[in-house]
Design a binder for this molecule. Sequence first.
Ligand code: PHE
Length: 467
Amino acid sequence: MGRLPSRRYASEDLHIRGVLGGGVAQASRDQWSSSFGFFAAAVGSAVGLGNMWRFSYLTAEKGGAAFVALYLVFTLVIGIPVLLAELTLGRGAQKGPIGALAHFGGERWKALGALFVVTGFLILSYYSVIAGWTLRYALESLTVGIPRDAAAHFGSVSEGADAFLFHALFMAITMVIVGGGVSRGIERVSVVAMPLLFVLVCALALYGATLENSAGGYRYYLNADFANALSLDVLVAAAGQAFFSLSLGMGAMMTFASYLPREAHLTRESWVIASADFGVAFLAGLMVFPIIFALGLQGAVGESTLGALFVALPGAFAEMGGTGRFVGLLFFVALVVGALTSALSLFEVVVSAAIDELGWSRPKAVLIMGVLVTLLGAGAAWNIAVLDLMDQVANNLFLLAGGLALAVFTGWVMDEPIAEARAGLGSSRGLGIWRFLLRWVVPPVLIFVLWHSVPATLENLWMFFAG
Ligand code: PHE
């Protein structure tokens, strides 16, 4: 973070946009007020439940370090190029996905942008249900403490009216912040939330190191079992996780970049964002696994499911008495903070589309879209199997397909992507490799992954509906 100069963005930037950006800036469009503001919001989007909950449960389910290694490879080879593509498109067009794709590709590309908005809608509606669980656990740790029978407790709060209520509460908070606008709502919250989250995760990882038997946790986490990692199922999960964790494939990063001035250095931003995102995921593993192993709960992890962490960890905290309650509080606060800043970006995609494409005012867009997302989340709140399905459909289909389309669009369709990426203060170092990856590496890899994830996901959908 230290290397990032936090300069204030001058409003004159609005007038020096080059021809490539195509643009006369709209006078009324909000902008980040400093480079740190953008950085905090973008990292806030990337770092969330994906890093703490999803990363840990997938790592446990898919066999430890080998999954982590694969996920890292996908982040480098596919994630960072697509991230830079999103930043390039968003900043260049000064529009969210629908407008940006039309700007660089013509009207018919609008449909893809619209699909992104739908994806944001879908992800937010179940993401907020999980965030609601974390909110509840945080409040409970603060007030009454989490009951010792964590499994029964999770069973009773993860589905039904309770789950819906906390989901609605979480959405209400998201709506208030996004209603404040980009620089005065999202940015103001992110510049405080991100440093706080970072401190919390570091503190918890250090605490994990002090526990007896933490070595067992590290061994489990860091010992690669590559025989296991080469299964297609693990490959698909690692690719989906790389996209989900970096908020890619549905225009969230594109939307945030649309509030950037021309002077931003996009290549550097993408490296820093991706490193921060991976760093927090890695640290989250360092905090989760020692805690679980210290209490001999590894059985619960081996057969990990989506809810396992919400049972194993609270159970562990309850066992540890007073300290546990405090550590649990910090842990769930970290989850809430991470979830909130990610939800802001998901919601901003939907809200900005309504503002740009339907001409709505921000308050109207926030209110109507917020209520719709809350209602759509009812399914996931009522039945955890629905939530699991929505997560699979969103990640293994929509985000991967969205990433594929973005790579093809930027690599093959758009004119002069390199000039656009380097515009402002950027340099052209590495951009030739970037375009090569977008053209020749990202599409075949994603087609391969989709080839396996589409039938598997459709089969799960089918099994769900056929009973
Ligand atoms: N990246 C977020 C996380 O890790 C989730 C997210 C996905 C946010 C897609 C925005 C868009 O929790």
